[in-house]
Design a protein around this ligand. Structure first.
Ligand code: ZN
Length: 297
C-alpha cells in the first residue's frame, strides 16, 4: 500500500501525485524544463519530482498552500526588512507569520524529498535510503502531517535564516536545495534568495547563530559570490554546523494538541559553543555540498 506524504495515511484506490516544488513556483523561476542531477548520470526534470498523495490532500490543502507560498515568495524583495528578522528572538508579528509559513514549506520539501527518495528503485545509497524509513516515522513527521491534513498552523519551534545572494541570471546558480536529516536541515536557493533552516531545533541555533554572526556571514556571502558562485553554501554550512555543535540538545515532546519544549530546563546561562569546531565543520559541510556540482555542466 502506498502512503500519502501529506497526511501519512494509506491511499486506497486512485493515487494522484503532488509536485514537491509547486508547478507555479517552478514556472515563476523558469525551472519546469530544467533537470536535476541526482547522483551518477541520472537526471530528472524538476517538474517530474512528484510523490503520491490523496486526491483530497493534493488538490485542496496542497494547492491552497502552494498559492500562499508563491504570494509570499513573489514579495520577498519588497520585504527584506522582514526577512532579515526571521531569526531574531523578538521578531515582529509579521516576521513570525512569514517564518511559520516558510518553515512549513521547507518541511513539505523535506518530507516530499524523503518519500521520493524512499520510492526510488535503484537508489545509489541503500544505507541512506534505509535511514529515510526512520525519518518518516519520527514525531516531527507525524506532527507535520497532522498540520497539513487538519490545516493547523505550523508552529514547531525551528530556526530559519534568510540571506540575500548577489545574483546574475546568466552565470549564477538559479536553483539549488538539499536536506540533511541528522540536523533537521533544509535549504533552498532560488534566484537571489536563500533560506536555511534547522527544523524542530527548539530555536536553539538562533541563540548561538545570533544576529551579529548573521550579519558577518551575510557580508561574507556578498563579498565572495563574485569569485565563488557557490559562496552561499558557506551560510548553509555554518547554520548546520552550529546545529551539530549545540551545547544543549533540543528536547521537544509532540502531544496531540501542542509541543512541549523542555530544552532549556536546568540552564540559567547558556553554555558556550565550540566556535573553532563550528568554523571547521562549516567549511567541511560547504565542501561536501560543492562536490555535488562536480562534473555537471
Ligand atoms: Zn492524504
Amino acid at each position: 500500500m502506498t502512503a500519502c506524504f501529506l497526511c501519512g495515511k494509506d491511499i486506497e484506490g486512485k493515487i494522484t501525485k503532488e509536485h514537491i516544488f509547486g508547478d507555479a513556483f517552478l514556472g515563476e523561476y523558469n525551472l519546469k524544463e530544467k533537470k536535476m542531477n541526482y547522483g551518477g548520470k541520472a537526471e530528472i526534470e524538476y517538474s517530474r519530482l512528484k510523490v503520491p498523495a490523496h486526491h483530497s490532500c493534493n488538490s485542496e490543502t496542497g494547492s491552497r498552500f502552494e498559492e500562499y507560498i508563491l504570494s509570499i515568495i513573489k514579495n520577498i524583495s519588497l520585504n527584506l526588512d522582514v526577512m532579515r528578522e526571521l531569526h531574531t528572538p523578538q521578531h515582529s508579528k509579521t516576521a513570525a507569520c512569514v517564518k511559520e509559513v516558510l518553515c512549513q514549506w521547507l518541511v513539505k520539501i523535506y518530507l516530499g524529498l524523503s518519500y521520493w527518495e524512499l520510492s526510488r528503485i535503484n537508489h545509489p545509497n541503500k544505507e541512506y535510503q534505509h535511514l529515510l524509513n526512520e525519518v518518516i516515522q519520527t514525531p516531527l513527521t507525524g506532527y507535520l502531517q497532522t498540520c497539513f491534513s487538519n490545516e493547523y498552523t505550523f508552529n514547531c519551534p525551528s530556526s530559519l535564516y534568510y540571506f540575500s545572494v548577489p545574483y546574475d541570471s546568466d552565470h549564477d546558480i538559479n536553483f539549488d536545495f538539499a536536506t540533511r536529516h541528522d540536523v533537521g536541515g533544509a535549504y533552498i536557493k532560488f534566484g537571489p534568495h536563500l533560506l536555511v533552516a534547522t527544523l524542530a531545533d527548539a530555536r536553539l541555533v538562533e541563540h548561538w547563530f545570533n544576529d551579529s554572526l548573521y550579519e558577518s556571514v551575510q557580508t561574507l556571502i556578498t563579498n565572495e559570490t563574485e569569485s565563488d558562485a557557490a559562496a552561499y553554501l558557506l551560510a548553509v554550512g555554518h547554520v548546520w554546523a552550529v546545529r551539530e555543535y549545540l551545547p544543549i540538545e533540543p528536547k521537544l515532546e509532540f502531544t496531540e494538541n501542542s509541543i512541549i519544549d523542555t530544552s532549556r530546563d536546568g540552564y540559567d546561562l547558556a553554555p558556550e559553543i565550540d566556535g573553532k569546531a563550528v568554523n571547521r565543520r562549516a567549511i567541511e559541510l560547504r565542501n561536501e555540498m560543492v562536490e555535488r556540482f562536480l562534473g555537471q555542466p
